[in-house]
Design a protein around this ligand. Structure first.
Ligand SMILES: [Zn+2]
Length: 100
């Protein structure tokens, strides 16, 4: 994963600016990480009436209620990241999809 260094106050809905991006959850204590697709994450927040497109990365990280499986601490951070190997053509295809 290639982190995009988006600020913690970036809303989840900003994923559309970065075609093909994932939301990377990482542990600030030991660097364990796991990535999620942004759409289902937003959908879930909306269903729970806990947020949605406007929820910031920082707020989403505060909602993670489990401990890191590696170091057992709870110091979560979310940021947008691009999967390795996502090529230009695929990014253009996804960008068109969001536009329609
Ligand atoms: Zn950890």
């Amino acid at each position: 994963m290639r982190p995009l260094h988006t600020g913690a106050d970036t809303p989840l809905g900003a994923f559309q600016r970065y075609p093909g991006c994932r939301v990377l959850l990482s542990c600030a204590a030991c660097a364990w990480s796991k990535s999620y697709r942004p759409e289902p994450m937003i959908e879930r927040l909306r269903k729970l009436r806990a947020g949605g497109y406007e929820t910031t990365l920082a707020d989403a990280a505060r909602r993670v209620a489990w401990n890191c499986p590696r170091c057992q601490r709870m110091r979560w951070r979310f940021e947008f990241a691009l999967p390795e190997g996502l090529d230009e053509r695929e990014m253009r295809r996804l960008a068109n999809q969001y536009r329609n």
